[in-house]
Design a protein around this ligand. Structure first.
Ligand code: UDX
Length: 427
């Protein structure tokens, strides 16, 4: 059954949510305060790179199931469901800053129709659904927590083929109504109370961040012990209790969610005096790992007397143009004053880089005359690098492979050394 839905906020979560809900048959109006963004969206131009999203938006606009506006009240007063997909950045105290949610809910107070449901999709501290219910102060309006688990780069796929849907509500009827919006999407639905739903979101991200910190710690250990971290992870991956995914070592975790959400969870844990030492250590271990990547780069450039370093990849992972809390960007910042000439290349990153570095527009130019290359994002363009290309373009013969993309044994016959933390290379 088709329902009328307003989605407030057109960031990557809001836009994906709106476009996907319209694609499964609902009538959706997305709201944003940014006039320029809304006028671009009305023309089908989307401001972020997200696989499949532009097509869904175009389809939704063409069939009239999807609309965009800056008029918050007009979009929400007739809606059966109002999804809040607003930014919740880290505030000065480390907690999520809920001012955008406060402001929107206050503007909506008194304008929502009886029986409507506010659905909280933004990642918010536990108890936020109850806080929103108090703010809206209308017994005829329910508030339900429905956290998202969308990965950037595969957000549309994740929305339409989720591992689970979580619905948290004190009002079972409102909870059921929100769950029924996803009819047609086959996956387990966890219906629970709002505080548990909000906690699920934080602990899912904290667990995944911890998993990557653990893998990267294993890489550092393998480096010192003489083991191969990829072999170790392959050996772990067949144990279903560990699971084979999310076991790739890298240059550290980043992105719009893990750093912000682990910080918010730790601050909250401090406030309620229930410390989370494992999560604290996962955050600190990630910092140590980024430092170790910086050390590997600087030790290598010193060792070979490099005059030019090339960094490949700026985004926090492949498949997105997002550099928020990207390890690559943090590594570049730490190289200020200690790097030789630095050239960077990324096929998609939406960012400027510090003035001591130069960003170039293609891979060949980035590699030109480089003494050392460091790969920090797993773009397929970098996995496809062939020995010939490096021989043609580079001056030096060492590649630091922070994403374990290149098979060192293929490069040895060409005199090219591929270095990674925790991967021993036969000489
Ligand atoms: C994450 C969660 O996966 C998603 O469910 C949540 O809603 C938002 O946060 P995202 O930030 O898009 O999604 O990135 P994700 O794919 O989870 O990767 C996070 C970080 O871990 C990246 O820096 C990535 O490079 C790193 N990572 C991930 C690894 O280093 N190795 C891996 O095996 C997986």
């Amino acid at each position: 059954m088709s329902h009328s839905i307003a989605v407030v906020g057109t960031g990557y979560v809001g836009l994906t949510t709106g476009a996907c809900l319209s694609s499964i048959g609902h009538r959706v109006t997305c709201v944003d305060i940014d006039v320029t963004k809304v006028s671009s969206l009305l023309k089908g131009q989307i401001p972020i790179y997200e696989d499949g999203l532009a097509d869904l938006v175009a389809d939704g606009l063409a069939c009239g199931q999807l609309d965009f506006t800056t008029d918050l009240v007009a979009a929400c007063e007739s809606a059966e469901f109002v999804f809040l997909c607003l930014p919740t950045p880290a505030g000065a105290d480390g907690m999520a800053d809920l001012s955008a949610i406060h402001e929107v809910v206050l503007q909506l107070r008194g304008h929502l129709r009886a029986g409507s449901v506010i659905v909280n999709k933004s990642t918010v501290p536990v108890n936020s659904a109850r806080m929103v219910a108090e703010l809206v102060n209308d017994p005829a309006v329910s508030v339900v927590s429905n956290p998202e688990f969308l990965r950037e780069g595969s957000a549309v796929r994740d929305f339409l083929n989720p591992d689970r849907i979580v619905v948290g509500s004190d009002d079972p009827v409102a909870g059921e109504r929100v769950a029924s919006l996803y009819l047609g999407i086959r996956c387990p639905i966890v219906v629970t109370d709002p505080v548990s739903a909000e906690s699920i979101k934080y602990f899912a991200n904290a667990f995944l961040a911890t998993k990557i910190s653990f893998v990267n710690e294993a890489a550092r250990f393998c480096d010192a012990a003489g083991a191969n971290v990829l072999e170790v992870m392959r050996g772990l991956s067949f144990d279903p209790r560990i699971g084979g995914s999310f076991l790739n070592p890298g240059p550290g975790w980043g992105g719009s969610c893990f750093p912000k959400d682990t910080q918010a969870l730790l601050t909250l844990a401090g406030r309620i005096e229930s410390p989370l030492p494992i999560v604290e250590q996962a955050v600190s271990s990630n910092r140590q790992h980024i430092d170790q990547v910086v050390r590997l780069i600087t030790d290598t450039t010193r060792e070979v007397g490099a005059q030019k370093l090339c960094i490949l990849g700026l985004t926090f992972k492949a498949g997105t143009d997002d550099v928020r809390d990207s390890p690559a960007m943090q590594i570049i910042e730490q190289l200020e004053g200690i790097t030789p000439e630095l050239t960077c290349y990324d096929p998609l990153a939406r960012t400027s880089i510090p003035t001591f570095a130069t960003r170039v527009g293609n891979l060949n130019e980035a590699l030109d005359a480089a003494d050392v290359v460091a790969i920090l994002t797993e773009w397929s363009e970098f996995s496809a690098i062939q020995p010939d290309l490096l021989l043609d373009r580079m001056r030096g013969r060492v590649v630091i492979d922070g994403r374990y993309l290149l098979d060192p044994t293929r490069f040895i016959p060409y005199g090219i050394e591929i270095r990674s933390i925790g991967r021993q290379v036969p000489k």
